[in-house]
Design a protein around this ligand. Structure first.
Ligand SMILES: NC(=O)C1=CN([C@@H]2O[C@H](COP(=O)(O)OP(=O)(O)OC[C@H]3O[C@@H](n4cnc5c(N)ncnc54)[C@H](OP(=O)(O)O)[C@@H]3O)[C@@H](O)[C@H]2O)C=CC1
Ligand SMILES: O=CC(=O)O
Length: 328
């Protein structure tokens, strides 16, 4: 009998078709699984789960007694209760590295769009307001030769640093809990404590994972430390910043502008006060959302799932301890 797989949200159709040849797959390609009894049944029977952003909690795992692997189609895995999965000897996997360039492109695009006020001026042209030449109060600010502070110089942070250094002659500051000598050598990046980075950067880009340690890492005090001309970019997770404090900082002129790909609540509500500000550029969490990258992520996630269910080590296993203490 085929092993059973529960697939939820955004596994590429071609990848799904391949999985269906090997496994008995129940698939929910959208949010329609919420409250669907078919979902509960599939969960009850599943040997493996693959998908994006499902909150895998202790309560959910209670309903999924057979699960051996949870394959996330994302690099961030803050949706998983990793401790609980590990305790239950369930493998958890993610999709690191293959999305670095795509996500860095998106974050750099957001930075440029915010600095040069691209969405605002696009609207200005399309609304027929371009009747005289641009006024100085509509000018943006330069990106090239400025200082970029990257909080979270990991895989994606490094890909952002590459673009900034090689393409825009920017000076790079970074902050992590540990030094990244490769980034220091390749992009002349300088390690800083957080406060120093905030004080010296023209652009601050947040790229840390969501964790207990990073919850509201950037709040009122941090915005107050930034330059009044600073632009803040959040490409990480909404919970890493205090959105109310960001709103205040923007309204009080403590920083110049913000670019946001992620929000505390997603999808963010239309009445989120940040959306009313012209100096905020928003995206609907699109870091890795290109046709090519989403396909590669689905493929890697499927490979993780397949290997895990076939008793082989998944290529990008997060909780190695589950593998190390498996029974022969
Ligand atoms: N907007 C989007 O669509 C996307 C968003 N993401 C988000 O980006 C995150 C980063 O991805 P990726 O670059 O692959 O991950 P990495 O693990 O490669 O990098 C994370 C970096 O954050 C640093 N870090 C972690 N905790 C802290 C902390 N408490 N204080 C300071 N620095 C910290 C780490 O360094 P150290 O351990 O030394 O502190 C590391 O350099 C993901 O977890 C996800 O949340 C990812 C993809 C797309
Ligand atoms: O947010 C996206 C991810 O891969 O993490």
């Amino acid at each position: 009998m085929k092993q059973k797989v529960l697939s939820y949200m955004r596994v590429d159709e071609r990848v799904l078709a391949e999985l269906e040849k090997e496994f008995d797959v129940t698939s929910f390609q959208n949010h329609e699984y919420v409250g669907d009894p078919r979902f509960d049944q599939a969960l009850k029977e599943a040997d493996g789960i693959i998908g994006l952003a499902l909150k895998v909690t202790k309560e959910l795992l209670e309903l999924a007694p057979n699960v051996k692997i949870v394959s996330n189609v994302s690099v961030g895995y803050d949706n998983l209760d990793l401790e609980e999965l590990t305790k239950r000897q369930i493998m958890a996997t993610n999709t690191p590295n293959i999305l670095d360039d795509t996500t860095a492109d998106a974050m750099f695009g957001l930075l440029l769009a915010t600095a040069r006020r691209i969405p605002e001026l696009d609207h200005y042209v399309k609304a027929g307001q371009w009747t005289v030449s641009l006024q100085p109060e509509q000018y943006g600010i330069d990106v090239h030769h400025k200082t970029l502070g990257i909080i979270g110089m990991g895989n994606i942070g490094t890909a952002i640093a590459k673009r900034a250094h090689l393409g825009f002659d920017m000076k790079i500051l970074y902050h992590n809990r540990s030094r990244r000598t490769e980034a220091e050598e390749r992009f002349q990046a300088t390690y800083c404590e957080l406060d120093e980075l905030l004080e010296r950067s023209d652009y601050v880009c947040l790229m840390v994972p969501a964790s207990k340690a990073t919850k509201h890492l950037i709040g009122k005090a941090e915005f107050q430390r930034m330059k009044r001309t600073a632009i803040f970019i959040n490409g990480s997770r909404g919970q890493n910043i205090d959105e109310e404090a960001l709103y205040e900082a923007l309204v009080q002129g403590e920083i110049r502008a913000a670019g946001m790909d992620v929000f505390t609540e997603e999808p963010t509500r239309p009445d989120n006060p940040l959306l009313s500000l012209s100096n905020v550029v928003t995206l609907p969490h699109i870091g890795s959302s290109t046709i090519e990258c989403e396909y590669q992520m689905s493929k890697l996630a499927a490979d993780n799932l397949r290997k895990g269910l076939q008793g082989q080590k998944p290529p990008t296993l997060i909780n190695e301890e589950v593998w190390n203490r498996r029974e022969p």
